[in-house]
Ligand binder design. Sequence first.
Ligand SMILES: [Zn+2]
Length: 481
Amino acid sequence: MAYMNKQLRHYVEEADKIFIIPNSFYNFINYHKSIENLIIKKGKTYHCTHCHYEFNSNAKIGKELKCPNCKGKYTTRRSTLKRYFTKKDLILLNKVEDKFVLRVFELYAQYNYELMAFDYSCTEYRRVFFDDKGYNQVVEGDNVFHTMGLSVVWHNHVRTCWKKKEWTWYYRSYGDSIGYISPYNIKPLLKNTPYQYSQLWKFVRKIKIFNLVELFQRCLSGYCNTFELLVKARLYNLAFYSFRFSNQKKTFEERFGVPKSFLPFMQKHNITYDELNVLRCCKTPNIRLLKALSGCNNLLWLSYYVDCLTAWKMGILSKRTEHEYKDYLTFAIQLNYDMKDKSILYPNNLKLAHDKLEGLVELCQNEANTRLIKERYEKLKVNIYQNKKFIIYPINNSEELICESKQQSNCVKNYIEKVALGETDIYLMRLLSNPNKSLVTVEVRNNKIVQAKIKYNKEISKEQQRFLDIWQAKILSKQTI
Ligand SMILES: [Zn+2]
């Protein structure tokens, strides 16, 4: 177990002195006990493990069924069920001095085959001490056993002390703070804190299970007013992202990026932040559209050119195709197509249209490159130089470069563009006696040789080097191109 510093030890000891379990938390546990019940089918009789009422039905195994006596809704299981149990973490929020504390209880429900009823055990085994500024310390009781990377709570072992939880590679610290949170004591607990108007208790009733430490540190600290506003507006899922909305008092439309008339729609579907982003781009209150496109990265860009609803309805736009669609539209823009023409904006077959335009763009680029390389050659041809053995001249077209590049196995495409843009010049040095066979490829930048290579990347010979040195001194260094 890891070392517990003085400060943490103080909080742990104080907590043990002052903590009690409020009655409301027992009610919370009882509620969670009751919902674990089952309805056991024995022949034609159905038995409720909660109230032990027996009744007839023809419900299928695995289906949820309502007990006519206690009105509880439970899953139907066969009477052959023997080993069956559930575990869940229930969380009580508490405070010690300036720190909040999550008290984590494990509720263990075990089905008793003979009695057709559940045995329960609920025990506290972890405490998370935290504040809204990033403090987060976890202690566990000695009723937790770690074995083979698993933590097991021993319900028949009485806890005698707390130990700081050790960090190990397999355990993710945020998992320590997740569980069903009891909402009942939160309002009085937050009185006289910066969070007394936060409406957190309402939020907990709606969302039930989430990471409360993360919520404090990300959504409440500094964004409490926004959080309160979102909870009051019954936009619970957006309250998780309170830090994304401006704290400044602004109109609804400025704050959410959509008209206020959308509010009832947003409330009805308790929309998420990703769904709001879709709504901002599409301005269409259609929940199927929002769910289909939530998480897309290019919607804002796309919405400048196309109507996302139309594109989605036509099957062109989806999470899977958004990148391809953006590429397609980019090609259309590069080709100077009419970006008001519906037959261009909404192609019948995106894949085909994309590939066709991609080919066209490439062709145009090639044409442009060919023209530019030719223009460059006209300027560079003054550098052509020869002695009795060698000749050196700049490349004249891309085919020449491709042919040369193949032998040097460098990226042809890259070089073509660089040469066309004049970033670099490629010269071919050859034997006068065999001018069609490549010998040395020379790269020149700002009239200076930056590299000279022969086949298989071997060093050039002394004789070849001498030729290049003379060329550099006599010709290149005098140029201002
Ligand atoms: Zn019942």
